[in-house]
Ligand binder design. Structure first.
Ligand code: NAD
Length: 362
């Protein structure tokens, strides 16, 4: 089997779906690995490291590849240049762009958009949403610390005592929990809230305090559901009061397949102390704060609201190492004695593959 990896082309994308480490493992598993020169530049993996790991360098690395790995979906033109029936593994979001879906179908591509993986224990080692969210949560807190005109930790100095910053993490999924852990390590007083009740224990186990806003909205598959109007009003009322006393807010709330829930309103921002900072990790899907502008830092009444994009790419090396392991672990399910084989009885394949297979197909 030939595995090919081309340079990522999306703006701001520095990650790569193959690391020298996973390249070596694929070669050991019997694959021929071809990489386009410079694939690892953004993640600081030199071409020489891939060659040392057994890869061939080729400008058209994906042209004859049976399996192509990517971080973000290739352009539709690049999809049209793939081998008929090739396997494509990565974050692909085929439904997000009808033309991309059409390009994949036209080429008969067997696509495995890893964001579709069921979130089961067995899938954890392949879960790119989790591995990348960890880096995003970490970087979001560092950005907040950088923008804040205040210390995070408590300091006792000859110039007096500095009170620790109060940091509130909105949404305690994978990114939110990493944000809590990071803010805690920087010495802040950290609180978090979520609509899934099980997050209370998770927040507390990281040394954070659970902020109870009186709303519980667990949905399907371990995710949250959207709030009803009444629940939302209640959450908003309690949160508005609480935010007056918070120095830093890191927003991470999301509901699958929907725009980010609007949780921090303009009126709440107006009630916050000047010098406070909001970092909205949900900016990519519209933001949890009404004033967020994706990709920009805006100021409103002395409050800075940052909507950083490409947070995982800011930690491209470790994010890539993890992404590449996720990809390798998934590809391992497809490789039998150095050839591709699909066990459609395995739910990790059956539930992830796109287009979905008809129930009768075998
Ligand atoms: P996500 O990115 O979809 O959402 C982030 C968080 O926002 C979630 O915790 C969600 O409950 C919360 N949220 C949504 N609406 C909210 C609102 N109005 N107010 C406050 N918070 C709100 O979630 P995720 O980080 O991808 O993780 C979702 C779940 O999947 C978690 O339970 C996580 O533990 C679980 N998970 C399981 C596995 C696995 O076992 N393979 C892997 C990763 C995650």
């Amino acid at each position: 089997v030939i595995v090919g990896v081309a340079r990522e082309t999306a703006a701001g994308e520095r990650r790569v779906a193959l690391s020298p480490e996973t390249c070596k493992k694929l070669v050991a598993a019997g694959a021929t690995v071809r990489v386009q020169p410079g694939i690892g530049v953004g993640a600081f993996f030199p071409d020489a490291a891939y060659v040392a790991a057994g890869a061939q360098l080729a400008e058209d690395a994906t042209a004859d590849a049976d399996l192509v790995a990517c971080v973000q979906p290739p352009s539709n033109a690049a999809i049209a240049g793939l081998k008929q029936g090739a396997v494509l593994v990565g974050s692909l979001h085929p439904q997000a762009d009808p033309e991309r879906g059409e390009a994949l179908r036209a080429r008969g591509i067997v696509a495995f958009p890893l964001e579709r993986l069921p979130r089961t224990t067995r899938a954890q080692a392949m879960d790119v949403l989790s591995s990348q969210a960890g880096m995003a949560g970490y970087k979001a807190v560092l950005i907040a610390a950088q923008l804040a005109p205040r210390f995070f930790p408590m300091l006792t100095t000859a110039a007096g005592t500095i009170r620790p910053s109060k940091v509130l993490i909105v949404g305690a999924g994978v990114a939110g929990l990493q944000a809590i852990a990071t803010a805690k390590r920087l010495g802040a007083q950290v609180e978090g809230f979520d609509v899934r009740p099980e997050t209370r224990e998770q927040i507390e186990s990281l040394g954070g305090k659970f902020l109870d806003l009186g709303v519980s909205a667990a949905g399907e598959g371990g995710y949250a559901r959207a709030l009803t109007d009444e629940e939302r009003t209640e959450q908003q009322r309690r949160l508005a009061e609480h935010l007056k006393n918070i120095d830093v807010v890191v927003c991470t709330a999301a509901v699958p397949g929907r725009p980010a829930p609007k949780i921090v309103s303009a009126a709440m921002v107006a009630g916050m102390k000047p010098g406070s900072v909001i970092v909205d990790l949900a900016a990519e899907t519209g933001g949890n704060c009404e004033l967020t502008r994706p990709g920009e830092n805006v100021e409103s009444g002395g409050v800075t609201i940052a909507g950083p994009l490409d947070l995982a790419s800011m930690g491209a090396q470790h994010a890539s190492e993890m992404f590449a392991r996720n990809v390798f672990n998934f590809v391992s399910l497809l490789l039998k004695d150095g050839a591709l084989a699909f066990d459609w009885n395995d739910e990790l394949l059956a539930k992830t593959v796109w287009p979905e297979r008809a129930a009768s197909a075998s």
